[in-house]
Write a protein that binds this ligand. Structure first.
Ligand code: NAD
Length: 260
């Protein structure tokens, strides 16, 4: 979805989006491209990377593969100003439902995946901050699960709580280097991931209607709406914003629609 309000505020900038071959990441990569950035997509399966982006293949659990993919992307783009750490996976259950191996795997993807990507990208972002001040940023896709206390999401929530704390700590570590670090907290976003969850229900259409009805706005947020928030935090217009979590949840976190 392109809007008349979009300018080319990323012109001359280079961006890397992890998990950019589907859902929120793909919408973000496409939006940054429309707004003038050169964009690379790092994904374990980059087939769905938006046309016009540079696809690089890596699983974020593999530090060597991430290092090679980031280097390839930076070579192709001629530098790096914007990192969007978005690759992530879900997990359903209480602490009694997920085995240690599942905990390790989800934390490996959702938390260490961001750490590995940032480690590989930071030398390039430092160069951006030194050569082209005001451009360097990292934006993570976190979740309202980081703060909300959602049922049946113990492992996923713990992973996103770690993403929120990691984001704040990184913002502190890199602020004097001129690298801003923020995150977005989507509520329920209508992406292929949610589609896969709905498909497991006996009546996916009825489940989708019920899920929409549970949202304060009456509908899930879209991947494009989350992408717009990520792009804002990554844009030069957000030069005064670091160490912030921006909710894109249709009011799920802030509103109490029933009297208490
Ligand atoms: P999605 O499944 O549509 O897309 C995720 C992308 O990440 C895919 O292209 C996948 O190949 C890639 N990926 C997954 N694991 C990877 C790995 N180990 N290495 C490399 N790439 C990998 O999901 P989405 O809904 O767009 O979710 C994107 C992010 O948004 C995730 O971090 C998720 O936790 C977060 N989020 C989603 C929602 C939601 O309701 N959809 C809500 C809150 C937060």
């Amino acid at each position: 979805m392109s809007t008349a309000l979009e300018g080319r505020d990323f012109a001359g900038m280079a961006a890397l989006v992890t998990g950019g071959a589907s859902g929120i990441g793909a919408a973000t990569a496409a939006l940054l491209l429309r707004r003038g950035a050169r964009v690379a997509v790092l994904d374990r399966d980059p087939a769905g990377a938006p046309p016009g982006t540079v696809p690089v293949t890596a699983d974020v659990t593999d530090a060597d593969a991430v290092g090679t993919a980031v280097a390839t992307a930076v070579d192709a783009l001629g530098g790096l100003d914007v990192l969007v750490g978005n690759a992530g996976i879900g997990a359903v259950g209480t602490v009694e439902d997920n085995a240690d191996a599942e905990w390790r795997h989800v934390l490996d993807v959702n938390v260490l995946g961001l750490v590995r990507t940032a480690r590989a990208a930071l030398p390039h972002l430092r160069r951006s901050a030194a050569d082209r001040p005001g451009r360097a940023s990292i934006t993570h896709t976190c979740s309202i699960a980081a703060t909300a206390g959602l049922p049946q999401r113990a492992l996923y929530s713990a992973s996103k709580g770690a993403v929120l704390s990691l984001t704040l700590a990184m913002a502190a570590d890199h602020v004097r280097e001129g690298i801003r670090v923020n995150c977005v907290n989507p509520g329920t976003a209508d992406t292929p991931w949610v589609g896969r969850l709905l498909d497991r229900a006996p009546d996916p259409a009825a489940e989708r209607a019920a899920l929409n009805a549970r949202q304060p706005t009456g509908r899930m947020v879209t991947a494009d709406e989350v992408a717009a928030a990520i792009a804002h935090l990554a844009s030069p217009a957000a030069s005064g914003i670091t160490g912030t979590a921006l909710a894109v949840d249709g009011g799920m976190q802030g509103l109490r629609l029933r009297p208490v």
